[in-house]
Design a protein around this ligand. Structure first.
Ligand code: TYD
Ligand code: MG
Length: 464
């Protein structure tokens, strides 16, 4: 291809905003010093499309659309493929949507390639093309052998040039396409290096067009940088239909697949896996794994009945309140909001008379999960008081309530599904707010429901 005059543009490395000249502050995301120059040479032709479509520019717009009234639009029942993986089906909102572009983000080494290869192997009935720019064909084969799923129909391509990928796609005509990873993919039509913003943006755009025009579900793996953003532009998140995030502590075996964005379903869904020697195992009963097995009763441990999306989860909180050796006591948390912890400490101090201001307080949510559900408040407070008083909470008790600044116990959403989950998991008592219980038939539960309106009353009931 004869190279035309080199064109450059400046891109914000945070949000992908494009400007013709360098700017100190991004007008889009307001970040300073994020602009970098990149050589671009744009082409409007779509690389996978057939000849005539290419001549007409992007074949995406080849038929002119007419405006129609809402009542004339026919809704077709969305057909979805079964991903053969209950956790993935759940986070996608009920299966793989044809023509959807799904981005799977996560830190390096968390298990994105393993997850996608495993899914590709399980889709035996479909023709799947797995494109890897990260590993050799041998490495992929070795990994597939480790996963014990036989699928001789899986096509593997090790390629980093988008145009060559599309050549193969045209030949093989896959029913599902997996790209590992978007940061290794580059187009020879753009001069900048793979992984740069213009490459990532352009390749994603082409893959989007491919997915929509051929109705082929496409999964792209993307690495996450230190700030927790998908490396390169946030723009990527705007372009795709669904963003899933694969997270967890690399030293622990549990992994969480979380929906960040979904055009075809709810964004509060959660899938849980366990990383084993032979791949990722779906964890269908997460409460079981999020509560640690212990033989003796320990002070500072309390179980909260939380809800992630529509999924009730029983989560263990552990607190340690030890005498502070410095003037300013330390507060450290993992998996829980630090500000919320400070607030709960202040409430316990003022309303409960617990002198936590003289103590260092450490709080852990077991299993490496991050929890935002306010219903965990009561469990967190109970674990702190248990550690402070050095009285263990019996293991068959759990909690589900929010705590207000006045020390009041507030109602939480979906209290019934929390109660039902606690009962299912074998708990015999659950502490909840006395508000918001109207219409609940207590008799149908075998679990004892203890409802209170004030923090002091709960602790009186619990520790006396
Ligand atoms: P990988 O999928 O390569 O991570 P990513 O693509 O997100 O960078 O997974 C890397 C880790 O997973 C690696 O440290 C080894 C571990 N692993 C297992 O524990 N069991 C397995 O069956 C496989 C395939 C990998
Ligand atoms: Mg990988």
């Amino acid at each position: 291809m004869a190279k035309a005059k080199v064109k450059t543009a400046y891109f914000c490395s945070n949000c992908g905003y494009e400007a013709p000249k360098w700017l100190g502050k991004c007008p889009s995301c307001q970040q300073w010093n994020t602009f970098a120059e990149e050589v671009i040479e744009k082409t409007t032709k779509s690389r996978f499309a057939s000849g005539d479509a290419v001549a007409a520019g992007s074949s995406f717009r080849k038929t002119a659309q007419k405006a129609v009234t809402l009542k004339d639009i026919q809704v077709q029942q969305e057909k979805r493929f079964d991903a053969q993986d209950t956790e993935l089906n759940r986070v996608l909102g009920g299966g793989i949507v044809p023509g959807s572009l799904v981005l799977i983000g996560g830190e390096p080494g968390i298990g994105k390639s393993t997850l996608m290869l495993q899914v590709a192997l399980k889709l035996i009935a479909l023709k799947v093309l797995y494109v890897s720019g990260e590993e050799s064909a041998q490495q992929i084969k070795m990994r597939a052998d480790r996963l014990h799923n036989k699928n001789n129909n899986l096509f593997v391509l090790t390629e980093t040039d988008l145009d060559k990928v599309f050549n193969q796609v045209k030949e093989i005509q896959p029913e599902v396409l997996v790209i590992d990873s978007i940061q290794t993919l580059g187009s020879s039509l753009i001069d900048s290096a793979p992984g740069s913003i213009s490459q990532v943006k352009d390749c994603t755009g082409e893959l989007m067009r491919f997915a929509k025009e051929t109705n082929t579900p496409t999964f792209i793996i993307g690495h996450i940088n230190k700030d927790g953003n998908i490396a390169g532009p946030k723009v990527l998140e705007h372009m795709v239909d669904t963003v899933l995030q694969f997270e967890g502590d690399r030293h622990l075996s549990y992994r969480i697949l979380r929906t960040i964005k979904n055009r075809f379903g709810s964004t509060s869904e959660l899938g849980i896996y366990e990383m084993r020697n032979d791949g990722l195992r779906e964890v269908n009963n997460p409460s079981e794994v999020l509560i640690s097995q212990r033989e003796e009763e320990l002070s500072g441990v309390a179980i909260g009945a939380t809800l992630e999306g529509n999924r009730p989860l029983l989560i263990e909180t552990q607190a340690l309140a030890s005498p502070s050796t410095y003037g300013t006591p330390q507060r450290a948390t993992t998996g829980f909001d630090n500000k919320r912890l400070q607030m709960l400490i202040a409430v316990l101090e003022k309303r409960g008379g617990y002198r936590l201001s003289m103590r260092d307080v450490f709080l852990n949510i077991a299993g490496g999960v991050k929890v935002q559900d306010p219903a965990l408040d009561l469990a967190v407070a109970a674990s702190m008081v248990s550690s402070f008083e050095e009285i263990a909470i019996p293991p068959h008790i759990c909690f589900a309530a929010e705590i207000g600044l006045g020390g009041e116990i507030r109602a939480v959403t979906h209290v019934e599904s929390r109660i039902a989950e606690a009962e299912k998991m074998g708990f015999s008592t659950i502490y909840v707010s006395k508000f918001g219980l109207k219409g609940i038939d207590f008799k149908k539960y075998g679990i004892q429901i203890r409802a209170f309106g004030k923090l002091e009353d709960i602790f009186q009931d619990l520790f006396q």
